[in-house]
Design a protein. Structure first.
Length: 408
């Protein structure tokens, strides 16, 4: 088999851990597989680097940030190659550029446009174990980019698709994908398998076990992905195409995200084109808007528009919104950053009714006020006060019986 193995920050968090990774990689190799490895920076490294830049500027230039951030993964890649060589195998580390990961120019959240991947194939053909520094690419004009937080997952899935690997294994610090974050709910249950669509929703709604774009990529190219622990040999969670069995489960998981802010434009004219103007400006700055709520104005003249954006983009979004609001003659713009979004996800929602109502009722019973709501075919999300996040996740996990094997 041709296997891509990705090791996250904790899995390469110390020299001891890197040696353990080398053992695991060479074990797979000894079993007759060709292995390509993708590594994250050692845990805490990326945050540390961002912290250094922030000591100089609250808004560091993103091109410079990317060049700096890419170094974290280079270090762990080289150390992993050294550890594998030390075990008597031949290994070589590569940067994103060296394996031809070409991205667009959206620094700090670049999109992969193509992968040449020749050096990976050559290295495999020569009997080497290639170690690729995750999270990074290069623009057509040779500037280093990074792929967004958690982006090494994307490197792994994209490389797996490019070299047509039989399997992409994501090694992390938990045994697989759980019904919710096992750090918050101890009764959370590990799923044996989950559909691409459900995983996509869970990831985009905050379950950081996999980066959202990596799941999109896996779905598009049908890359078989398994999430498992680098600390034991438990089987993990398979991410696969949906099957009939999955439809029977109404809710498969609960996710939460504390990294959103809510921006409200107060008393803006209620006429065609206002929302288009505002959200076009925000989209042009590469900011992804999640929920949008527009209140119907009581006097027919003015309206309030509220929306949520990721915390990391809040300054930029606020600045743009203030500019547009001024142009449009709105009264003022306010921002709330003490909010969180809790969500329930499940393909079974397509065929079962009353799921949203049960969610609202559960939150209400526990005195949790809902600030915003959004739904799609397979998810319901509520924005709530951030201080109730853990409580909300726990009571929803319980209400939908997720700790039990099946919640029909
Ligand atoms: P890595 O450094 O290996 O990429 P991450 O920290 O990015 O690891 O992701 C793993 C973490 O994701 C887990 O430690 C867990 O706390 C968190 N997590 C959140 N939601 C889930 C979930 N539904 N299933 C498993 N882990 C989850
Ligand atoms: N090191 C990067 C991060 O912390 C990428 C990754 O770990 O996947 O976000
Ligand atoms: Mg991660």
């Amino acid at each position: 088999m041709l296997i891509v193995q990705k090791y996250g920050g904790t899995s390469v968090g110390s020299i001891e851990r890197i040696k353990a990774v080398a053992e695991r990689v060479t074990k797979a190799r000894k079993q007759g597989n060709n292995v390509v490895v993708v590594v994250s920076a050692m845990s805490g490294e990326t945050d540390k680097l961002i912290g250094l830049a922030n000591q100089i500027s609250p808004n560091p230039d993103e091109r410079e940030l990317d060049l700096m951030l890419s170094s974290g993964e280079r270090i762990s890649a080289a150390l992993t190659a050294i550890a594998i060589n030390e075990l008597g195998f031949r290994s070589m580390s590569f940067t994103g550029r060296q394996v031809g990961i070409i991205t667009d120019e959206a620094h700090t959240k670049a999109k992969i446009e193509r992968i040449t991947g020749e050096r990976v194939r050559e290295a495999i053909d020569e009997g080497m174990i290639p170690i690729i520094a995750g999270f990074q690419g290069i623009t057509e004009t040779s500037d280093v980019t990074t792929l967004g937080r958690g982006g090494s997952d994307l490197t792994a899935v994209a490389i797996a698709a490019a070299i047509k690997a039989d399997l992409c294994e994501i090694y992390t610090d938990v045994d697989g994908v759980y019904t919710t974050d096992p750090d918050i709910v101890h009764e959370a249950r590990k799923l044996d398998k989950i559909s691409y669509d459900e995983m996509l929703e869970l990831a985009s709604l905050g379950a950081k076990v996999l980066q959202t774009r990596s799941v999109e990529f896996a779905k598009k190219y049908e890359v078989p992905v398994v999430v498992r622990s680098s600390f034991n040999d438990n089987p993990g969670t398979l991410i696969v195409k949906e099957d009939e069995e999955m439809e029977k489960v109404v809710v498969s998981g609960v996710a939460y995200d504390k990294n959103q802010v809510k921006i409200t434009v107060i008393a803006v004219h209620d006429r065609p084109g206002i929302a288009a103007k505002l959200f076009n400006a925000i989209a042009s700055a590469n900011i992804v808007v999640d929920m949008i709520v527009q209140n119907v104005s009581s006097d027919g003249k003015a309206t309030d528009i509220s929306f949520t954006v990721p915390k990391t983009d809040s300054r930029k979004a606020l600045k743009i919104t203030r500019e547009i609001a001024k142009e449009l003659g709105a009264e003022k713009v306010i921002m709330r950053d003490d909010i969180a979004r809790v969500s329930i996800v499940g393909v079974g929602m397509r065929t079962h009714s009353g799921v949203a109502a049960k969610m609202f009722e559960t939150l209400a019973t526990h005195g949790i006020n809902i600030i915003m709501i959004s739904t799609s075919e397979i998810k319901v999300s509520c924005v709530i006060d951030a201080k109730y996040t853990e409580l909300a996740v726990r009571v929803l996990h319980d209400a939908f019986g997720l700790a039990q094997a099946r919640n029909l």
